[in-house]
Design a protein around this ligand. Structure first.
Ligand code: GDP
Ligand code: IMO
Ligand code: MG
Length: 428
């Protein structure tokens, strides 16, 4: 079976940590969408490492890590990531496969991302400027480059054709590329050459062979469900399907092969970049969450917007993903509060209330309706089982499980691999 692990909010839920925690139970870990816009943080043995494109199973022994066809891959970032992993002595050429069908981010995609954002002015999406949108645009327009193309004698020519089109668009947008492009292109071609030492494969065969052999596959989502291109707060979204269905198209597996779906969420909400955020706290409480949770982007360093947990949004994400188990992250961040709020409904401008996500969330100011909980005000560092939880936390967890209709399998209490409260004993 392919189990899927994905974020249920606006990204940065802590997916990297949980993939790393669960990885020993799997033989394959695969990324299926997104690209270097992702920043997945892992902490263990005193090390902290942020991965952008490489799957979070890379630090565990004997796991095949796959960058699937649904990913947009930046060779320059890839080379940097590999160089950054050198100190860990990992068998990277053996344990990493890259789909030949993954799309390639070229330097002008990054410049186009900046040009498009600049042109949007106030309405900008707050993109990570990693070239994600323009690369998916070219994929869908059927003019993009793919990883397999780097092995073709015509690669330079194909590249040249695409860059010529990009330059016209950049010029139309009065975007000066001449000062940065030559160096970026030199880095790009060096990185493309570097990539050739890795296994570039039709990775859908590897994934399906693993399933035939009864080896377990974990699909690692990037971004979050509320940034999904179809179901997120469009247009303030990323350019891929971040939901469970994306794992099928992004790896080449049939829907009936999907097993467990782990939905990862923080005990509060954050969002980086623009777009609607009903429970956002622009006050001192929001600032306390940001400081306590160290809510600054793992990819861009930007401060994350913070707010209380939003159940209409969470229920929506659970629904579109078919989540079977929940994982709640960063509960320790709420240790400092006497009172904790959860948004259970939205009030619409006409006074009615709803538990659903309104279509026009971008234009309609909804008012969150909150239920209040007493804080536990306790250190959770040495707690590893549900039975040991403070009573107030147990009440908070029971309320969520009842309202969401799903078990919370794990609760995370610090960035470290070992800091997990679990329902059943699992090997970590
Ligand atoms: P991802 O993109 O979903 O993998 O998440 P990020 O790595 O971008 O952001 C999650 C941040 O929270 C990282 O800095 C993690 O080290 C940290 N983190 C993960 N779990 C916990 C937790 O339970 N408590 C605290 N305080 N931090 C955590
Ligand atoms: P991980 O995998 C949080 C956000 C950006 C922006 C919008 C579009 O670490 O959870 P893009 O660069 O994709 O065009 O940006 O999506 N965004 C993320 N926010 N975590 C991420 O990834 C994100 N990847 C993109 O901030 O609002
Ligand atoms: Mg992140």
């Amino acid at each position: 079976m392919v189990d899927v692990l994905l974020g249920l909010q606006w990204g940065d839920e802590g997916k990297g940590k949980i993939v790393d925690v669960l990885a020993p139970q799997y033989q394959v870990v695969a990324r299926f969408q997104g690209g270097p816009n992702a920043g997945h943080t892992l902490e263990f043995n005193g090390f902290k490492h942020v991965l952008h494109q490489i799957p979070s199973g890379i630090f565990r022994d004997d796991i095949l890590n796959i960058i699937g066809n649904g990913v947009v891959l930046d060779p320059i970032v890839f080379k940097k990531e590999i160089d950054g992993l050198a100190k860990y002595n990992l068998a990277l050429t053996k344990n990493l496969q890259i789909s030949k069908k993954a799309s390639i981010i070229i330097p002008t995609h990054r410049l186009l991302d900046a040009a498009y954002e600049q042109a949007k002015g106030e309405a900008k999406i707050g993109s990570t400027l990693r070239g994600i949108g323009p690369t998916y645009q070219d994929k869908v327009a059927r003019v993009g480059l793919r990883v397999g193309d780097i092995l073709s004698p015509n690669f330079q020519e194909k590249y040249g054709k695409l860059v010529a089109v990009h330059k016209v668009i950049l010029e139309q947008n009065n975007f000066d590329y001449s000062s940065v492009l030559p160096q970026a292109e030199a880095d790009f071609f060096a990185a493309v050459d570097f990539m050739k030492q890795f296994q570039l494969t039709d990775s859908e065969y590897a994934v399906n062979q693993a399933l035939t052999d009864n080896r377990k596959v974990l699909a690692e989502g990037a971004q979050g469900s509320l940034l999904d291109i179809d179901f997120g707060s469009y247009p303030f979204v990323t350019s891929s399907n971040t939901m469970t269905a994306g794992a099928c198209t992004g790896l080449g597996v049939a829907p009936r092969q999907i097993g467990e779906v782990f939905g990862i969420f923080k005990a509060y909400c954050t969002r980086v970049g623009s777009g609607p955020f009903p429970t956002e706290l622009s006050d001192e409480t929001g600032e306390r969450i940001r400081q306590e949770g160290r809510e600054f982007g793992a990819t861009t360093g930007r401060p994350r917007r913070c707010g209380w947990l939003d159940l209409p949004a969470l229920k929506y994400a659970i629904m579109i993903n078919g989540v079977t188990q929940l994982v709640m992250m960063k509960v320790d961040v709420l240790n400092i509060f006497d009172e904790i709020q959860i948004c259970t409904h939205y009030q619409l401008p006409d006074g009615s209330t709803t538990e659903q996500m309104p279509y026009d969330l971008c234009d309609t100011a909804v008012t969150p309706i909150y239920k209040s909980f007493k804080g536990w005000r306790a250190d959770l560092a040495n707690i590893h089982s549900f039975d040991e939880m403070p009573a107030e936390l147990a009440t908070y967890v029971s309320f969520l499980e009842e309202t969401l209709g799903l078990p919370i399998s794990f609760i995370s209490t610090s960035p470290d691999r070992e800091a997990i409260i679990h329902r059943q004993a699992v090997e970590i």
